[in-house]
Design a protein. Structure first.
Length: 712
């Protein structure tokens, strides 16, 4: 019988690792089962005495532990622990991979404690982690991971015994896990755990942990050069969508409302904000100092990759390899910090990777109150920025606010779905949503605004968090008195972030006011009324460039947008929940003009966009609930100072009515002596919806509730 090929065990091991990695990425059980089968065969070909037997034992044990986590079979966990114990015996003191075996056995034994409750298992897990930690001194690539698992084990002991020393030690381990020699993605993962633990037990380090996590998230995004990659990374980080709201609630608990606003702006709309306040400065830096920008991006990427490339399971990774990696990492880390300082010393980049200050943010309230509504698992609050001279005002919301928001999101989603064709059912559902929003959120805020003396018909801006971004808070009302239209007491607008609203107002006074704008009016659709709507726009009495049917292409739209301060779109809008930056408006022949296309446009004169289509201001409620990635938000971030859009479905027959009544007021067709100002859009939209509510054809909630204004 021919002898076994000497390289077969290694080949089996490598293939098993590849299948296991594929399982981690795709979650397919056949990949995990295949990896276990291959690891078993490799172990069989590495009998006692084989130099690589401990590696096969360890890899098979890890895979079987993972199978236990997926299927819950205790037999798998017991086998994994037994295999780890044998592997550890083959890795005595001095073995380069002993710390990995100690750590893996500790993790498996802790899992057994959680299943069976034997305190001896918990004590052993902590003991094993402590021994592993001694073998991973500061600077070791595995130290962060062991510190994190150590914190989990000690925290588990705290929950069992209630000893405060255990809690303090667990938090100290998490503090240590942020140490500088790990890459930003690893540090972010562990800092999130630290923040959660510290906040849960009101530890003094909680605020610092949240700040650190937000800063690390910014650093992580530098590694991913495109919005799609950033969005994909965002979805891989557990609890990341809760980070900003929990950080705000933590700051409110400490009584520092200014810090709460700063943290809000740092963490709110992370992908949008960093594209404007972070990624774009890198692009701008490239035009000023391409070498410096490229060096920063390269060093950040290398620093992160170096953390993950250390393979402690490889027999070839001896101490000389570790020392080389440690030296490289220290050099990269020093270079990275030096580059940040160099960038911050460049003109226009002083605030690069720094936390926004309240003194700069508060000017957002220069034209009226801005209301931040924070829905958190800890507690929910509204923060009112009433004017530029006042400190933030806290309005605590009912403890049930978070539960209520989650409860009505699905109700609202169904009500605004284009699949629902029963107007009466839709109106009843929407009215239920509006009533709950009033009771649990808006009535408390309005009462405080009244106490502050805010006059009726004043403008207010909403800046929302979490799943609340998907709800029509502007229309909330109690429905107690049919004549009481409390939702229209003020003129409502939204903004995705505070900075975007500040930018939308910049330079307005420098522009010549009163000039009738040029409008790009575009339509391409099988919908019956869109061409009638475009004809209405064309006849409003100003310069209108009309694009319909085959005229509507990427090039004509880009050219028209560059030349026209105002843009009116009547067709289909498409929300892409998988890749929100590919949300689009429909062009000729089913082509799509996406948010990414819009980001490439040069829009020096952009003022007002009216997106008369379904779901143009709608956001994805599941994948990135705190991001507000929509077509309307894209218009705002890419240069339009004000945007009219829809948070739900829009009936075809509403378009011509909206166009006629909106532009009649915007262009002052009854009084040509009044100056034209795009900032009147919110007021004019309110007038249109008021008229809709009086008109028998349009007064249903499904007609007027979806219409929203965003921006200045």
């Amino acid at each position: 019988m021919p002898s076994q090929h000497p390289g077969r065990p290694t080949g089996l091991n490598n293939l098993a690792i590849a299948m296991y990695t594929q399982f981690e990425q795709l979650g397919r059980m056949p990949d995990l089962e295949g990896a276990i089968m291959l690891h078993r065969e490799a172990l069989h070909l590495r009998p006692p005495g084989h130099p690589d037997r401990s590696t096969s034992l360890n890899n098979l044990a890890v895979a079987m532990h993972t199978e236990f986590e997926q299927l819950g079979k205790m037999s798998n966990l017991k086998k994994a622990i037994a295999l780890h114990r044998v592997a550890l015996k083959l890795r005595p003191p001095g073995h380069p991979n002993r710390s990995k075996s100690l750590s893996n056995l500790a993790i498996a034994v802790l899992s057994q404690f959680k299943q069976l409750g034997n305190m001896s298992d918990l004590k052993e897990a902590i003991m094993l982690h402590r021994e592993a930690l001694k073998l991973n001194p500061p600077g070791h690539p595995e130290r962060s991971s062991i510190l994190n698992y150590m914190a989990i084990a000690v925290h588990t002991q705290f929950k069992q015994l209630g000893e405060m020393s255990d809690l303090e030690e667990a938090i100290n381990f998490e503090l240590a896990s942020e140490y500088i020699y790990a890459g930003p993605t690893i540090r972010l993962k562990y800092t999130l755990t630290w923040a959660k633990l510290a906040h849960q037990y009101r530890h003094k380090s909680a605020g610092h942990a949240y700040r650190k996590a937000l800063l690390l998230l910014e650093q992580c995004l530098t590694i991913f050069p495109t919005p799609q990659l950033q969005h994909s990374f965002f979805q891989t980080v557990p609890r990341i969508s809760e980070l900003a709201s929990n950080a705000v609630s933590c700051a409110i608990e400490s009584g520092d409302l200014k810090e709460a606003v700063e943290v809000w702006e740092q963490g709110r709309g992370i992908l949008w904000s960093k594209m404007r306040a972070y990624r774009y400065p890198i692009e701008q830096l490239k035009s000023q100092n391409a070498v410096l920008a490229e060096q920063f991006e390269n060093v950040t990427l290398q620093l992160d990759q170096l953390t993950t490339m250390y393979d402690s399971g490889s027999q070839s990774s001896g101490s000389h390899v570790f020392e080389k990696q440690l030296k490289t990492k220290r050099q990269l880390n020093k270079r990275w910090n030096d580059l940040i300082k160099e960038i911050q010393s460049s003109p226009g980049f002083q605030t690069f990777l720094t936390i926004p200050s309240f003194s700069n943010i508060k000017r957002v309230a220069s034209e009226g109150p801005v209301i931040l509504v924070n829905i958190s698992q800890h507690h929910s609050d509204a923060l009112i920025l009433f004017n530029v001279d006042s400190d933030p005002i806290n309005v605590p919301l009912p403890d049930t606010a978070e539960y209520t928001v989650f409860e009505i999101v699905s109700c609202s989603s169904l009500a605004h779905s284009s699949q629902v064709h029963d107007d009466l059912y839709m109106d009843e559902t929407i009215n239920k949503v509006l009533k709950h929003l009033w009771k649990y959120i808006v009535c408390h805020i309005f009462q405080r605004l009244e106490d502050l003396g805010l006059a009726e018909n004043s403008r207010i801006w909403w800046c929302l968090s979490g799943k609340l971004c998907a709800l029509p808070i502007h229309a909330a009302q109690p429905f107690l008195d049919p004549q009481q239209k409390l939702s229209q007491k003020y003129i409502h607008s939204y903004t995705s972030t505070l900075s975007s609203l500040i930018r939308a107002r910049e330079g307005i006074e420098e522009k010549e006011r009163g000039i009738t704008p040029r409008i790009l009016a575009m339509a391409t659709s099988s919908l019956e009324k869109v061409y009638e709507e475009i004809e209405v726009v064309q006849n409003v009495g100003c310069d209108v460039q009309k694009l319909i049917g085959s005229q509507v292409t990427h090039s004509t739209v880009l050219d028209g947008l560059a030349k026209s301060p105002w843009f009116h779109f009547a067709s289909h809008g498409h929300l892409d929940t998988k890749q929100p930056f590919k949300s689009s408006i429909e062009l000729h022949d089913n082509a799509r003009f996406t948010i990414l296309d819009l980001m490439k446009a040069n829009l020096p004169n952009a003022e007002l966009a009216v997106l008369s289509a379904c779901h143009t201001a709608a956001v994805d409620q599941d994948n990135t609930p705190d991001e507000g990635i929509s077509l309307a938000a894209g218009m705002q971030f890419c240069g339009f100072r004000g945007v009219v859009g829809t948070v739900g479905a829009m009936d075809d027959h509403i378009g011509p009515f909206l166009a006629k009544e909106f532009y009649k007021r915007m262009l002052h067709l009854k009084n040509r002596n009044k100056p034209v100002d795009f900032r009147d859009a919110a007021k004019c939209l309110r007038a249109v919806t008021r008229k809709m509510r009086r008109d028998e054809e349009f007064k249903g909630s499904h007609c007027w509730v979806p219409l929203v204004h965003i921006g200045a």
